[in-house]
Ligand binder design. Structure first.
Ligand SMILES: Cc1cc2nc3c(=O)[nH]c(=O)nc-3n(C[C@H](O)[C@H](O)[C@H](O)COP(=O)(O)OP(=O)(O)OC[C@H]3O[C@@H](n4cnc5c(N)ncnc54)[C@H](O)[C@@H]3O)c2cc1C
Length: 497
């Protein structure tokens, strides 16, 4: 495609909308300016794009029809689930010259749970099903769908898979990819690719499913999935603890892993400055906050006695109180108390946003190097950016932290805004040095320049080639993940460096 087709006459605009209405029905082609504006704004409210229309197909065949039509008519298609992407992945690029040709493809009507096979431990769903509903359906069937994160009440299965979401249970169950056995995908040219297998062993050639998962809407539109369900734990023991110092987290984690094995289902690290806005907003910590805290879950099965399990946990932890690894700890006595402890963790992003926001880095490094990474970056902050207030929290068990950085109160809450780019660079350079990932679980989205600066050139070249194979016309979510030569939508100004 060339930039000469970026403009659209009013006559062409009306004709395209009419033809789309003929295919989907007028009710499912939304041209209301307010609705388009809302759907074109990213979840962090930082990028207001524009679009020609919102499309709400009801079947994979209608998705196929849209993509065939878009290919023929040089229209851009952005698949959109719950629009909770934190990296601008599900909304149009604000500076794109081709927003007039952009269709936002919303999967929300395709939201059925198609069936549960309790013996196989699988659930078949349409891509627009909301994650929380899927979790509830699994529970009703006596099973667990373990992918879980704060946006689960809005995020959809298609979006979750396209983003290969992680969340709080990765330490035990892995990311979305590990919890999905099959998918159906509509390709950019409108062909429907059926990869709806529900087996756990399949070495018959390349694993195309795993390629689409995590492709952020750039290789195809996911329309259905076979989800892998796990055994439902009978309950959990939730503990909120304060550490003697940062390095104590290593000893606590390995002690718990040795003690609990696969029962360790979540392990989060929280720094004091990350928790403070939650406390300031009215929540109460169960113990005196220290510089570094942890929140973890141990799940138990039906055959385990919860009281005996809690007692043996206390025994396992008691040496850690004696040697100063742990300063204090609160064990939830009821599920309501456990939920209250998790609320402290889950409200961090909203409370931080309300208190002035911060620079967001979604990074991972090998767990064994995570403390060294934190210590080294903190030293650099002291000399190179003494105004920074690190507000770190996240999934220590996965080596993944939300390495978020605000400004110290003396500098004013929004001081960080003028320094975002240089701080991202500093953090990303350290991440690369420690052998980590600059996009650990939220995906790449609009951060394509970050990838270009940090990825091995050969790896990047192969990614671009793959993108060209699946979407030769460049109609799917342009300017996201990786660019390729015809990617006329990419505007370097927009990228996060
Ligand atoms: C408060 C909050 C907390 C979060 N916490 C976590 C966390 O702990 N761990 C974590 O991993 N993530 C987290 N996220 C990010 C979350 O994983 C993603 O936002 C979510 O998985 C995306 O689902 P969605 O339906 O909203 O997709 P969208 O945001 O709509 O889309 C995400 C990407 O997928 C593409 N896409 C959407 N649907 C399809 C489809 N059917 N086919 C192909 N491509 C599609 C879009 O084009 C876009 O690139 C959090 C987000 C928020 C807002």
């Amino acid at each position: 495609m060339s930039s000469t087709i970026s403009t659209l006459s009013e006559e062409d605009r009306l004709r395209l909308l009419r033809e789309l209405s003929d295919r989907l029905g007028a009710d499912h082609v939304i041209t209301d300016a307010g609705e388009i504006k809302a759907a074109s704004l990213d979840s962090r409210r930082r990028r207001q794009g524009e679009a020609l229309a919102l499309l709400r197909p009801g079947t994979p065949e209608e998705v196929a029809e849209i993509l065939r039509f878009a290919s023929r008519s040089h229209l851009v298609v952005i698949p959109q689930g719950g629009n909770t992407s934190t990296v601008g992945g599900a909304t149009p690029n604000p500076e794109s010259p081709l927003n007039a040709r952009t269709l936002i493809l919303q999967l929300s009507r395709m939201n059925r749970i198609l069936g549960i096979d309790a013996v196989n431990g699988t659930m078949t769903v349409e891509a627009g099903a909301v994650l929380e509903r899927v979790q509830a359906a699994a529970r009703e069937a006596g099973k667990l769908f373990p992918v879980s994160f704060a946006a689960q009440g809005t995020a959809q299965i298609g979006g979750m898979l396209a983003a290969n979401a992680g969340g709080v249970h990765v330490v035990r169950y892995g990311m979305a990819r590990r919890n999905c056995l099959g998918i159906e995908v509509v390709l950019a040219d409108g062909r429907i690719l059926n990869l709806m297998r529900s087996v756990r062993k399949d070495n018959a050639g390349y694993d195309l499913k795993d390629l689409f998962i995590g492709s952020e809407g750039t290789l195809g539109v996911i329309t259905k999935a076979v989800l892998d369900l796990s055994a439902l734990p009978a309950g959990r023991i939730t503990v909120f603890a304060s550490l003697g110092e940062l390095r104590a987290v290593e000893k606590l984690f390995t002690t718990l892993e040795d003690f609990a094995g696969p029962s360790l289902t979540a392990f989060e690290l929280i720094s004091k400055p990350a928790l403070e806005p939650v406390i300031a907003a009215g929540r109460k910590a169960p113990i005196e906050p220290s510089d570094w805290m942890v929140l973890f879950d141990l799940s138990y099965t039906k055959r385990e006695d919860p009281e005996a399990f809690a007692e043996s946990l206390t025994d396992a932890l008691s040496p850690l109180f004696e040697d100063g690894t742990l300063a204090d700890a609160a064990i939830a006595q009821t599920e309501t108390q456990a939920e209250a402890l998790w609320t402290l963790r889950e409200e961090i992003p909203t409370a931080v946003r309300a208190s002035g926001g911060n620079i967001k880095n979604d990074i991972s490094v090998p767990r064994g190097s995570l403390c060294a990474f934190i210590e080294e970056t903190y030293v650099r902050f002291e000399t190179e950016a003494p105004w920074l207030l690190p507000m770190i929290f996240g999934h220590y068990g996965d080596g993944n932290l939300h390495f978020n950085l605000g400004s110290k109160p003396d500098f004013g809450p929004g001081y960080w805004k003028a320094h975002e780019r240089e701080i991202h660079r500093l953090v990303n350079d350290e991440v690369v040095k420690f052998g980590g990932s600059v996009a650990a679980e939220h995906g790449v989205g609009a951060k394509i320049q970050v990838l270009e600066r940090t990825k091995d050139p050969l790896e990047l070249e192969l990614m671009k080639k793959l993108r060209g194979v699946f979407d030769p016309e460049g109609i799917l979510n342009p300017g996201r993940v990786v660019r390729y030569p015809e990617d006329v939508w990419q505007n370097p100004k927009e990228a996060w460096d």
